[in-house]
Write a protein that binds this ligand. Sequence first.
Ligand SMILES: [Zn+2]
Length: 676
Amino acid sequence: MTMHHLRFRQVHLDFHTSGQIPGIGAAFNKEEWQKTLKDAHVNSITIFAKCHHGWHYNNTKVGNRHPNLTFDLLRAQFDACKEINVNAPIYISAGLDNNMLDQHPEWNYIPIDEQTGKTYAQSNLDAGFHKACFNSPYVDYLCEEIKEVVRDYPNCDGIFLDIINQAPCACPYCMEIMRKNGMDPHSAADRQKVAEMGLERYYRMTTAAVRDIDPNMPIFHNSGHVTPGKREILNKYFSHLELESLPTGGWGYDHFALSAKYVHTLPFDYLGMTGKFHTSWGEFGGYKNPNALRYECAAMLAYGAKSSIGDQLHPCGKLDSSTYRIIGRAYQEVEEKEAWCDNVRNVAEIAILSKAAVERNSSWELHGDIGAGRVLLEGHFLFDIIDTEATDFSQYKLIILPDDILIPAELKARLDQYLAQGGHLMLSGKSGLDADGKPLFDMGAEFGGESPYKIDYMLPIPELQGTDVDSPMVMYFPSQRVKATKAKSLGDIYDPYFNRTDHDHFCSHQHTPYKPEASGFSSAIQYGNITYFAHPVFTIYKGWGCVPMAEYLRKMVKLALGDTPRLTSNLPSTARISVMDQDAEKRTVIHLLYANVVPRGGDKTVNGIGLWGNGIVIEELMPLRGTKVTFRPKAPVASITLEPQGKDLPFQKNPDGSISFTIDEFTCHQMVVLHF
Ligand SMILES: [Zn+2]
């Protein structure tokens, strides 16, 4: 499969439309559609063959057309796009299909409550979509729908298949597989195995349905998140990646950045997918301030991605004028900047080795991975997130294994080799220990297992403390009992008087205070090329977000880099910075990004009405002034320009080979281009 090169300015046009709504596509007008897309600088739009309701919008002989659609809407949209050189990938709902699952109730996925082992049905009473089981004949039906689209639209720009997941299921087909293979339906492990078989079956069959007809047709299977460490699936079944991540829809503003940090280590072109909605998908009449989309699209450029903005088309088929005015504001800027953002490579000196990848864990909420990612984003470090198949550890000066990664023997051998070649490791909590809590590496210290205290306190040595804090800081999870022998101790643990357990053992509202004397155990140590934290510090930081803790962790990362990070700046923690090499153009692009994200709303429910999303917004974009950056380039710099303004920027060459420059003022996003 050849790698698919993506366009920069895309729209993902949801069209999940109830069969109860009349006049589908009645207001579609070719000229208006074309003008709206052109005016909004859109050059690719993903349009619908079949939606989650199970209705088709193409002339289908396989499935069922929407009952209130009287013409081939997909064809009309598609031809309108092609006439003006707008790409048109085609969307087919795969996991959800109410229409077909009503006709074939036996194809429904039957979920199991893994706590009780009991099944529960998807409701036929409540509003909501039904999920198909990928072990059922539904997948054969889906493949026929896919083939029809690929045959009828040979020049479409890809097939987008949605809602790709399979959890343990108790449908007749899953039960039959278990019976046939001598598996136990009451075993959670066997159920999981059958679920994985279903997912693999889905990938194999649907991808073949596309490629048997056109081996070069781009294909993407959407699960809402790309989990690190699933290369065998990605390499076999994907042509490119779309990182669904609506910051205000529950993903938050760091999810996309951290996804991109992993994905840019893979051999795929990728896009970031946000939404125009105030909250998330399916929100008719919900809008962001244009500044939010400007920032989100700029972040995509900064992290090496193309852009896609999610929208939902009104059933009448007319694109919403407010939406495309807002999108146009963002895409006009993307168009001006994209020349500096294509075929780029992330510059990184640190890698976070992902727990998801090491342990084959598909959870989105791996607190250690995310906490470490936030520390590096907020500290403006240059980093990747890697899996165990990352070809070359030695390209990184520092590798972080956050908090609770059980290192398998094969990985241990690679890390030993990495250390021997001069690499640095940062370990924390249980990472770097075996299952019995004994250290896997020589860290110049004695390890005595986990502390009996559920919370304790930590006082770093003075040079690592947060601003104006020289007292012990509370730590919300237990530490490992570590005594430095040959290692340098980087701080002390202070134990509480007792655990907060019952009526006789508690103090005040939250925490039992610390005893005035240090416990004799270290909160962190450094030995050779290894830095180790006694606590799961990244999980704690992800959970509580304490500022002196952030300052401490940034100082620790800097220390582990030998106090010489490749890039330093005076940017605030809310700003972001990335460095991209654009080798073919003989230049390096430094991206400065800044927006103030604020909470407005965000309650889970208000008077019984649930909120989908997290109630965070960007409204005004405030300028940042006097940004100073020092960076060690890979080669002598001939000149620096600010882009897309095309303005020369004076810079200073330092004796250590680094360069320094100052940006007087920028708002939202500034590219600083180093020419070699
Ligand atoms: Zn099933």
